[in-house]
Write a protein of this length. Sequence first.
Length: 343
Amino acid sequence: MLILGIETSCDETGIALYDTTQGLLSHTLYSQIDMHSEYGGVVPELASRDHIRRVLPLIEQALKAAERELHQVEAIAYTQGPGLAGALLVGASIGAALSFALNIPALGIHHLEGHLLSPLLSTPAPVFPFIALLVSGGHTQLMQVDAVGRYKLLGETVDDAAGEAFDKTAKLLGLGYPGGAALSKLARQGRPGKFKLPRPMLHSGDLNFSFSGLKTAVLTLIHKQEITGQTRADIALAFQDAVVEVLTEKSLAALSQSGLSQLVVAGGVGANEQLRQNLSAKAAQRGASVFYPALEFCTDNGAMIAFAGAMRLQVSGAKTWKPASSFTVNARWDLEMLETPES
């Protein structure tokens, strides 16, 4: 079955074609980073307008790359939420329109479900059940994943998400937007142990996170230092060390508490090299395995949406889904409230 995936939840337009027999056939992506960097962050109205300009040409590009025609598509999967309402409406309206015009099923996909299932696109892939660490600009959560649609929240951030903390700290250090990748690059030049920053909620006794205080600690440290290029790198490394340690220890605690031995890491921060190295090494010491999506699928993309749609279709059967007669989006959407597909 050929599924067209459409992702427009924030500032990246992602389109993909996934075949349930042949796997991922093609994926295309347009990032709005250059446009939003002029404003130091995402401007929702500009994001929505740019999705309108990009989505149809990207669909044509994906079809051409896969050597497929539009009439061959058998289902549409689009991001229904969470995300920016205006941006979501672009993808949802186009997905619903194509579904109605082609008389094929339409599936509204939860953005975070796409992320946590994305490592299954790689080889080797985890098998259910597993623990998922979702780390992005908007979310930091630990989930127990028992099957498609069966998700249990184990812990989450009580304030800033890890990716958000990376971006805000990068801004404090005079780096551009988005700052996460720039901060990680700068941290490679830092001197280990030069500064020690707090590890918020590391010993809280639960699986929740907090990163806003860490950002404040960086600001305090900056005010106390004569800032040079090397000092900035040292602070960047100290910040990254703190985030990585907290994410690692909480993830390992989730594995221990659940009795599971597989950890999936997804979301933009999942591309962080230090996090990958630390998690993999510590998990291996405990006999556990860690699975990551390919780097190109860590950030928002259409492949994860098409794949999540394919997984839901395989579990419940295509006949249970209908062509769209209307559509809606959910700017806020609790993953635990997601409907479990019936097999």
